[in-house]
Design a protein around this ligand. Structure first.
Ligand SMILES: Cc1ncc(COP(=O)(O)O)c(C=O)c1O
Length: 480
């Protein structure tokens, strides 16, 4: 029996803790093992959700088992499954069970991953795992640095803040930043958060392959110099969200070096592909970045939240983010002992390095290489399959496991508006069927279906059954 004293201390008895803990683990294990046979989509209106959950904060206790059952049934089981084999949209989150358990441990021990003094081993594991990533990406391991963040958005924000500090110091009124029209929206968000004006942002068009148009970039830089601006940062993308395209990294690195511009690469989506032979070729030049965003909660198969920023020189982070308030003077430590609160935005930080450490140690990098290679090859096989059919048109070929296509039956001779409506219709019907998540994007003004195939548990059979469903919905509109 729980006593009043225990309540006041927010404690459970030993048996209650175990009971709750085992139930939680059972719930997660059941979900993990059976998710493939569930429907990946959950849809609900705000009214329905309000009806289910809206209440005043309860003053008095409820049985935690009942609360857990309610949450499992109505929250967890009513969320779309981003790690489902048929969740093809946005960037899926395939995750892995070892990291889920690692996150549980990190939370269970409530590790403060901000300063060395409070958790030297946690700081050391972040140094070690960031070092692994630096080696993987060809960054200078000794001099270089990095930090785990909540995700790619925060890594990009941290990168641009660092670039601004190093390149502009206090005055950034004339500073100009360059990115392509395919760069991820988190970069623009970061630029705005950092207080740059609209006139300081140059969005450079991409070429036919959705890559940075080099000549247009060179012209823009030249014009800005003539007009007295300070070109200070270029953001390239290694694996665009739309098409998986990698910008011409080596060429861009050359331009940045010559023009003394900070070279940031947003590899949140695609950088992890360096672990495969094919990805390694495509990502040549990534090692030349001044800063690189990688996002382990995408293609390094980590659960949310896990992003990472790597930089060529760890001092850049330290010089950008260090503050020395009097209440932290006792824990400053010596210079080799990194306080990660001095290398990024957050003071109090979760222990994100643990899941990366435990999953890489337990599976080994070779398993990650195999999974990523499988993903890339699967997308290529899907491309071949679609090309064989007279109903499908490839809009952007399989690149780093992303493929864009549309339903376009040759015999029907549909016009562009009809094709847009048809493919939007297919995507919507798929969603409503709850069988798969296959959303659209817009490429060159056309509405297309986009598949991002980074789940190592997605099979060709999954894809064939989804395409068959697409075809059935298409036939409702345009029977053969
Ligand atoms: C290229 C790219 N950059 C940045 C982000 C943002 O990352 P996050 O959602 O982890 O904040 C994404 C997300 O899809 C992305 O694809």
């Amino acid at each position: 029996m729980r006593s009043k004293t225990m309540d006041a201390r927010l404690e459970l008895t030993l048996d209650e803790m175990k009971d709750l803990g085992y139930k939680v683990v059972d719930t997660v294990v059941n979900h993990t093992a059976n998710q493939g046979s569930k429907l990946p989509v959950s849809l609900a209106s705000r009214e329905e959700m309000d009806h289910m959950f809206l209440e005043e904060a309860p003053e008095y206790p409820s049985d935690v088992n009942q609360v857990l059952d309610f949450v499992t049934e109505n929250v967890l089981e009513k969320s779309s499954i981003v790690s489902h084999p048929k969740f093809y949209s946005f960037v899926p989150g395939p995750s892995n069970y070892i990291s889920v358990m690692a996150d549980t441990l990190a939370t269970g021990y409530n590790i403060f991953s901000g300063g060395w003094t409070t958790s030297p081993a946690a700081a050391e594991l972040e140094i070690v795992t960031v070092g692994w990533l630096q080696k993987i990406f060809g960054f200078p391991v000794k001099k270089g640095g990095g930090i785990f963040t909540s995700g790619g958005s925060m890594a990009n924000l941290t990168a641009i803040a660092t670039a601004r500090r190093v390149m502009c110091e206090e005055d950034f009124s004339k500073a100009i930043i360059y990115l392509s029209d395919q760069a991820h929206s988190s970069n623009i968000k970061a630029i705005r958060i950092l207080g740059f004006r609209k006139e300081q942002i140059r969005i450079i068009p991409t070429d036919m392959e959705f890559k940075f148009a080099i000549n247009k970039l060179k012209n823009a830089i030249a014009r800005d110099r003539i007009e007295g601006y300070q070109p200070f940062c270029l953001i390239a993308t290694a694996g665009t969200t739309n098409t998986g395209t990698v910008d011409p990294l080596t060429q861009l690195a050359g331009i940045c070096k010559k023009e003394k511009i900070w070279f940031h690469i947003d590899g949140a989506y695609g950088a992890a592909a360096i672990l495969s032979e094919q990805g390694k070729k495509l990502l040549k030049g990534i090692e030349k970045a001044d800063s690189l965003t990688v996002d382990p909660h995408k293609w390094f198969y980590q659960p949310y939240e896990s992003g990472c920023l790597l930089v060529r020189n760890s001092k850049w982070l330290k010089n950008t983010f260090t503050e020395k308030p009097e209440y932290l003077r006792d824990v400053e430590g010596n210079t080799s002992e990194i306080n990660f609160y001095d290398h990024g935005v957050q003071l109090t930080r979760r222990f994100r390095a643990l899941k990366f450490y435990m999953s890489v140690k337990s599976f080994g990098l070779a398993a990650f290489r195999k999974a990523i290679t499988y993903n890339i090859q699967l997308a290529e096989q899907v491309e071949s399959l679609l090309r064989e059919s007279e109903h499908w048109e490839i809009i952007s070929p399989a690149t780093l496991a992303v493929i864009n296509f549309r339903y376009n039956p040759i015999v029907q001779k549909l016009n562009e508006t009809q094709l847009d409506n048809l493919n939007q219709y297919i995507s919507k019907k798929i969603m409503l069927s709850k069988e798969a998540v296959l959303m659209t994007t817009v490429l060159n003004g056309q509405i297309v279906l986009r598949m991002c195939l980074i789940n190592p548990r997605t099979t060709m059979e999954d894809i064939k059954s989804t395409l068959e469903l697409c075809r059935q919905f298409a036939m409702e509109k345009y029977p053969d």
